[in-house]
Design a protein around this ligand. Structure first.
Ligand code: FES
Length: 162
């Protein structure tokens, strides 16, 4: 069975486990996003049909909540804090270094190989460690442009080793 079919079967199981209830839509979307890493439009349409509401309604919910993404994200998410404390202590040069290294822009946050997605957040609640970056769920304080390039290098190596 192809990967695509396996994922689709998983979505069917998710819907079934929630008894196709409209009131469970958020949970269904969360679990579906965990399967795909994002919410493909055709899958949203399928979910809408399965639970008996319009695709526009499902799309509306998926676009309303920031936790959902309609575009594919990279395997590794790099979150650069750009809150006041981090901004003052140099989050901008860190972001620039990541963009340059991975060929990203403000409109293109995910690398072509789908390995990395760069996101900015407003405050990670660790201002004492500013500037802060979370890469692959790991928190790095007092980050520098060279430091983040080192982290990216390690993540790339981890992929090659697997
Ligand atoms: S501003 Fe970056 S952790 Fe608070």
């Amino acid at each position: 069975m192809e990967n695509k079919e396996i994922k689709f079967l998983q979505v069917q199981q998710i819907i079934e486990s929630h008894e196709a209830k409209v009131s469970h839509l958020i949970a269904i979307l969360q679990e579906t996003q965990a399967v795909y890493g994002y919410l493909p439009k055709e899958v949203l349409t399928y979910i809408a049909t399965a639970i008996g509401i319009s695709p526009a309604t499902v799309l509306g919910v998926a676009t309303f909540y920031s936790q959902f993404s309609l575009i594919p994200k990279g395997k590794y998410i790099i979150r650069v804090c750009d809150g006041t404390a981090c901004h003052v202590r140099g989050s901008e040069p860190i972001m620039m270094a990541v963009r340059k290294e991975l060929g990203l822009t403000a409109d293109k946050p995910t690398s072509d190989d789908l390995m990395f997605t760069l996101e900015t957040v407003s405050c990670l609640g660790a201002c004492g460690l500013a500037p802060v970056v979370v890469a692959d769920e790991e928190v790095h304080g007092q980050m520098t442009p060279d430091g983040i390039l080192e982290v990216i290098k390690k993540l790339k190596t981890a992929v090659t080793d697997n």
